[in-house]
Design a protein around this ligand. Structure first.
Ligand SMILES: Cc1cc2nc3c(=O)[nH]c(=O)nc-3n(C[C@H](O)[C@H](O)[C@H](O)COP(=O)(O)O)c2cc1C
Length: 128
């Protein structure tokens, strides 16, 4: 639908999970949506990005980039613009370290072969 409507891109989001209890997690549907739209439009992702590994998972599943809501707001509330900058700096440092630990040099190395889905009871754990 987004493709037919001529949109340049979409954001896969559950609005941070604040709206509906029981709504499906954004990460759970990301791959399906990326496959549905293909390369025709840009897919961005948000909802629950807190660590470098969260960013890597979203990029590996096909998001072109991620967005951040509450962590940025928390930093702003605690330390104003410096607090907001610290949050972003910390996240980027964590991303850098996580890429190295995962054997990747840059985010360009993120692809779906880096992700393995394992079902443990009711939980799905994604890892390399
Ligand atoms: C204070 C606040 C207000 C928000 N207001 C809206 C809104 O009006 N409409 C909307 O679609 N999403 C809204 N969001 C959700 C964000 O757009 C975004 O999807 C979400 O914050 C990302 O998840 P995260 O906070 O876990 O990073 C809001 C988020 C916050 C923190």
């Amino acid at each position: 639908m987004a493709v037919e409507a001529g949109m340049d891109g979409i954001v896969v989001s559950n609005h941070g999970g604040r709206q509906l209890d029981g709504a499906v997690g954004s990460l759970e549907v990301l791959l399906e949506i990326v496959d549905a739209v293909g390369d025709q439009i840009t897919v961005l992702f948000d909802s629950g990005i807190r660590t470098g590994v969260d960013i890597i998972k979203a990029l590996c599943l096909g998001a072109k980039d991620v967005l951040i809501g509450r962590p940025f707001v928390y930093g702003l509330a605690i330390g104003g613009k410096h607090g907001a900058k610290d949050v972003i700096r910390g996240l980027l440092a964590d991303l850098d370290q996580s890429l190295r630990l995962g054997g990747m040099c840059t985010i360009a190395d993120c692809n779906r072969s880096m992700i393995r889905r394992v079902q443990y009871g009711g939980d799905t754990i994604s890892s390399r």
